[in-house]
Design a binder for this molecule. Structure first.
Ligand code: ZN
Length: 521
């Protein structure tokens, strides 16, 4: 039994006569019992007809009657009603209902196993792994116009009988569609729960070119609602249409659009099913042991300069494991191609776009880390772990204030003794003025930045070489501090030693960012 009340009689009668499908009638009767929608439409229709006391084998939607209020303008604008299957010679049987004026077939032929199978195939073809999913439905914007038209159509008569029907009380097509489809989809996908929020989404989009023009009059009556935007192919987005419908007066709407809406000759088409998993984030620390490995792929005029990069060596196995379609790599600072990163390594994080598999145990992530490490001796990864998007922000937090330690091999033009470089060990909190280095001037604005060297220590090697250990503020250009960059960094090592100095090798010894948390090996 449908939970209908006596007062619904007039509404049911009017909706059926206007060409609404049984489920749309339930929607307009504000029935929010999900099971009612899951019943076969023919059954619902039979009960609706019994309810209004109509026992004839009527073709409900063919007997279009118009109320006196809207008859005049409708006749001029509405196309003549057409049959659902115009080429069918046999007389239409009762159970073959024409396309609904409101949902354009979405709650009729699209609410069944055919679409469910199409969804299940799309998911299986891409081998997604998930426990829950969210069903997303994109409807043609003109459905809002049709809904509005039908609402105005029934509202007047209800009001005469002192009944009211709030537009917001009407159950939305989207909602009714989900009520019918949810359990079918769940069953087809081996029991995965269809929920309101999930990282995995299956999307269906319906289009109905035949009635696309339904919205067009709104562009002249409410032109300010329809502003062209870069990414949308049409200005008639659902949002814009809803906004325009809120603005337009009833009289103005009825002047431009038939009420009830005209009958369509065809049903909606469903576009390809789209599956999407939200991004997963993974973080860790890396060492770079090679002086000829750039951090990111090094391309000059489209041509590769180095055969690999830190980013590729790390990302390759991760992408394969998560079966993601893309990634964004970021790290706490970066090193030059000829600089090694030793010690605990440099924190990095990766966004994995549309991963087809997203759940891994700690053990599996450890395995993945081993796969990365055994594939190349140029890099090494530690502390690999899945993190949240928010946690990633911590890597960039206060990056400027962090300290980094380095070890440089310095060459001097003048011969040196051990005693000549001892004084460096006593220098603390030395402020440098660093003009943007010549080598990065092509991509950074020219500026003078103060940078701090917290401490230094020297280790004599021979008369022209010594090792220099430095603890500095992040962002200090070490190479420039040593060779002076033609006087653009002041003071510099050459000035301190009163000779020309150059840097032969540089290693990052530590990046003092306490994220991500260490993972015991
Ligand atoms: Zn319908």
């Amino acid at each position: 039994m449908l939970p209908l009340k006596d007062k619904d009689k007039v509404l049911v009668q009017k909706l059926l006569t206007s060409g609404c499908c049984p489920r749309c009638v339930l929607r307009f009767c504000c029935i929010n019992v999900q099971s009612a929608y899951k019943r076969p439409p023919q059954e619902i229709l039979k009960e609706l007809k019994e309810f209004i006391g109509d026992n004839s084998t009527v073709e409900i939607s063919e007997t279009k009657t118009q109320t006196d209020a809207d008859a005049g303008q409708d006749a001029a604008e509405a196309p003549p009603p057409k049959r659902f299957k115009p080429d069918e010679a046999e007389p239409t049987r009762e159970e073959e209902s024409p396309v609904c004026v409101l949902c354009l077939g979405i709650l009729q032929e699209h609410c069944d196993q055919t679409l469910v199978l199409k969804m299940a195939e799309a998911v299986k073809a891409e081998k997604y792994e998930f426990d829950t999913l969210v069903l997303s439905v994109s409807l043609p914007a003109q459905l809002c116009v049709r809904e509005h038209s039908c609402w105005l159509h029934v509202k007047t008569e209800l009001r005469e009988k002192s009944l009211v029907l709030g537009k917001d009380d009407v159950i939305q097509v989207k909602e009714a569609f989900k009520w019918v489809m949810q359990s079918l989809v769940s069953r087809a996908l081996g029991g995965a729960a269809v929920v309101a929020r999930s990282a995995f989404e299956i999307g269906v989009e319906f289009v109905h070119p035949e009635t696309d023009k339904d919205c067009h009059f709104l562009a002249t009556t409410c032109s300010d609602c329809f502003k062209p935007t870069k990414n949308k192919e049409s200005v008639f987005t659902r949002m814009a249409v809803v906004k325009a419908l809120e603005k337009i007066s009833e009289a103005n709407f009825l002047k431009h659009y038939p009420s009830p809406p005209a009958r369509p000759s065809s049903s909606c088409e469903s576009r390809d099913v789209q599956c999407l998993h939200t991004s997963v984030f993974i973080a860790g620390r890396y060492n770079k042991f090679c002086r000829s490995l750039p951090q990111t792929p090094w391309l000059i005029a489209g041509e590769r300069r180095m055969e690999s990069s830190v980013e590729e060596l790390i990302a390759g196995p991760i992408l394969d494991t998560f079966r993601a379609t893309g990634f964004n790599f970021s790290s706490s600072g970066r090193e030059d191609v000829d600089v090694r990163t030793l010690g605990n390594g440099r924190p990095f994080a990766m966004e994995l776009i549309n991963p087809h598999k997203s759940w891994f145990s700690r053990e599996q992530i450890k395995q993945l880390q081993q796969t990365i490490n055994s594939a190349s001796d140029k890099i090494r990864v530690r502390d690999l772990q899945i993190v949240t998007r928010d946690a990633m922000g911590r890597m960039k937090e206060g990056e400027e204030e962090k300290t980094k330690t380095y070890r440089a091999l310095v060459w001097t033009e003048k011969p040196i003794q051990k005693e000549d470089i001892c004084f460096l060990n006593d220098i603390k909190e030395l402020t440098l003025d660093q003009k943007t280095p010549l080598r990065v001037l092509h991509r950074r604005a020219l500026a003078v930045r103060p940078r701090m060297i917290h401490s230094m220590s020297s280790e004599y090697r021979d008369s022209h070489h010594f090792y220099l250990a430095l603890k500095t503020q992040a962002g200090t250009y070490i190479k420039e501090f040593v060779h002076g960059d033609f006087g653009r960094t002041k003071p510099n090592m050459g000035e301190l030693l009163q000779t020309e100095a150059d840097i032969l090798e540089l290693d990052v010894e530590s990046v003092d960012v306490d994220w991500p948390p260490p993972i015991p090996e």
